[in-house]
Design a protein around this ligand. Structure first.
Ligand code: NAD
Ligand code: 6OD
Length: 495
């Protein structure tokens, strides 16, 4: 029997805001649809400007109250309590992620919900063990003692996307709270359920009212934008598309607010002829098709050294054709739908464009047929292309679906230039058994992270983020602590 079936927990069908410690309803709602079969899962509050104000005011009040004065150890205790609360409802969170996104249930367990918990525990441990800076200085004015204190920024606005809903939402909420801020957070309108369960956890553990506030709704000219324009928000942390990042940058300019952006990518995988062939095929299969290609780190550009090119294309095609696309509630499903029909249309438009641009379709390129309710879902076939020039739109623009283009290369210098010839700079992976080559090539790649013989392996203490259109700023470990706090140097004359 498929263990997947247990993920059909009862989920809330009306998703409300959580402001000042209370769930708050509204007459103005929108529908949250299943990408698996198109049915309506819930009605979700569309937050109006007044409710955004109420959430920010609640966060400000909480920020000026006892929360600000908690010691790091006390804040760490709260974060562990939140993690315990998610753990206690682990399968509810799994069910929420699966229902909203259609992803395989094992992925929701192993990646999404596990990381939601780990995000809180990691930042709890970091804040508990953090140590400060301290300098003794001899000057003409006397002996000075400098020490550096960290203060919260105040009220942080968190705006997150739909592709890894709980993982990315908590990746920002956890460090913001750890550093003593209060939060107003807006999940994607496509995936509002796990954030609502998180608000239930906050209520159930008795987190002081106003410390964490949840607002639902859309982005442009709606809750997301109003949050970024609110004068009493002290910083915005955003994950999403590069063009949304650009709009937010304009919105925060007047208030000179601090921002951290984790944006889009057009990531490359590079397979050298000396790679462990099977490991590289397996690795590229994962890096191109995990979460149906809807991970910002996915490789949509694959470069393979010419002597193994044909063999690699054939092997990846064979593996790709074993992927089982369909409902996560069916045994053996590896690949779920696109998040929505709108996003499926975008991906399909690239499938058509690739043919116009001259691609050879190695596999896929269309819509799977199920003869069941999944025909109402947002599925596309995992797709591989070859034969496109490097400047084709399908090779330069982020598609964010289960698709990769494979191109041959002849030398290290050439492939480094081609990988770096991108408007994006988020991630890359290199497959080689030559240690010197790995260390020579990796630092030349202009991305925030380079994996060698691996993909999407994370240590949460390391800096995470991108270059160019992929964003700026780094989060993770002390980099998150730096972003979510303000440093003050105190200089004392001691003699
Ligand atoms: P999106 O930019 O459309 O939306 C993200 C969030 O921003 C949503 O909550 C949305 O409501 C809100 N939003 C939209 N317009 C807004 C505006 N004008 N003002 C304020 N908020 C606004 O992104 P998406 O489609 O949800 O997510 C997919 C994108 O996210 C892809 O480009 C992907 O590469 C990127 N992404 C990047 C990372 C990373 O770490 N670099 C991680 C995950 C996803
Ligand atoms: O692992 C992370 O911390 C992270 N921010 C991953 C982003 C994945 C993009 O979809």
């Amino acid at each position: 029997m498929n263990s997947n079936v247990s993920a059909r927990a009862t989920l809330p069908t009306r998703l409300r805001n959580f402001i000042d410690g209370e769930f708050v309803d509204s007459d103005h709602t929108f529908a949250n649809h299943s990408p698996i079969d198109g049915r309506e899962l819930s009605r979700v509050v569309e937050t109006d400007a007044e409710a955004v104000n109420a959430a920010v005011e609640a966060a400000q009040r909480a920020q000026q109250g006892p929360w600000r004065r908690l010691s790091p150890v006390q804040r760490a205790d709260w974060l562990h309590r939140i993690a315990d609360g998610i753990e206690a409802r682990f399968e509810d969170f799994v069910a929420a992620e699966v229902a909203d996104t259609g992803r395989p249930i094992e992925q929701a367990r192993r990646l999404d919900v596990a990381r939601g918990i780990a995000n809180f525990r990691t930042f709890a441990d970091l804040v508990r063990t953090a140590h400060g800076e301290f300098f003794e200085t001899s000057t003409a004015d006397g002996e000075m003692l400098n020490y550096v204190t960290r203060k919260p920024l105040g009220v942080v606005g968190v705006i997150s996307p739909w592709n890894l809903p709980l993982l990315l939402f908590t990746w920002k909420v956890a460090p913001a709270l750890a550093m003593g801020n209060c939060v107003v957070a807006k999940p994607s309108e496509e995936t509002p359920t796990s954030a609502t369960l998180l608000a239930e956890v906050m209520r159930d553990i008795g987190l002081p009212p106003g410390v964490f506030n949840l607002i639902h709704g859309h982005g442009s000219n709606a809750a997301g934008e109003w949050l970024t324009r609110h004068p009493d928000i002290d910083a915005i942390t955003f994950t999403g598309e590069s063009k949304t990042g650009s709009a937010i940058m304009k919105a925060v300019a007047d208030g000179v607010k601090n921002v951290s952006f984790e944006l889009g990518g057009k990531n490359a995988a590079v397979v050298f002829a000396d790679a462990d062939f099977d490991a590289a095929v397996e690795g590229v299969l994962r890096s191109s098709f995990t979460n149906a290609g809807q991970v910002c780190l996915c490789s949509e550009r694959v470069y393979v050294e010419r002597p193994i090119f044909d063999r690699f294309v054939a092997a990846l095609k064979e593996k790709t054709e074993t992927l089982k696309v369909g409902s996560p509630y069916e045994a053996g499903t590896t690949t779920g739908p696109m998040i929505s029909n709108g996003h499926r249309d975008k991906v399909l438009s690239y499938f058509q464009l690739a043919v116009k641009e001259g691609a050879t379709v190695i596999t896929g390129g269309g819509i799977p047929k199920f003869d069941n309710e999944c025909d109402n879902g947002a599925f596309v076939q995992p797709t591989i292309w070859t034969g496109l020039p490097d400047d084709a739109r399908c090779v330069t623009e982020e598609i964010f679906g289960p698709v990769c283009h494979i191109a041959p290369f002849d030398s290290e210098d050439e492939v480094v230039l081609r990988v770096n010839d991108s408007a994006y700079g988020l991630a890359a992976s290199i497959w080689t058994t030559n240690l010197s080559r790995a260390h020579r090539v990796a630092p030349q790649i202009a991305t925030g992270i380079v994996w060698v013989n691996a993909w999407f392996v994370r240590d949460l203490r390391t800096p995470f983020g991108g270059a160019k259109l992929s964003g700026f700023g780094r989060e993770g470990g002390r980099h998150s602590m730096d972003f979510y706090s303000e440093l003050t140097n105190i200089c004392v004359k001691v003699a």
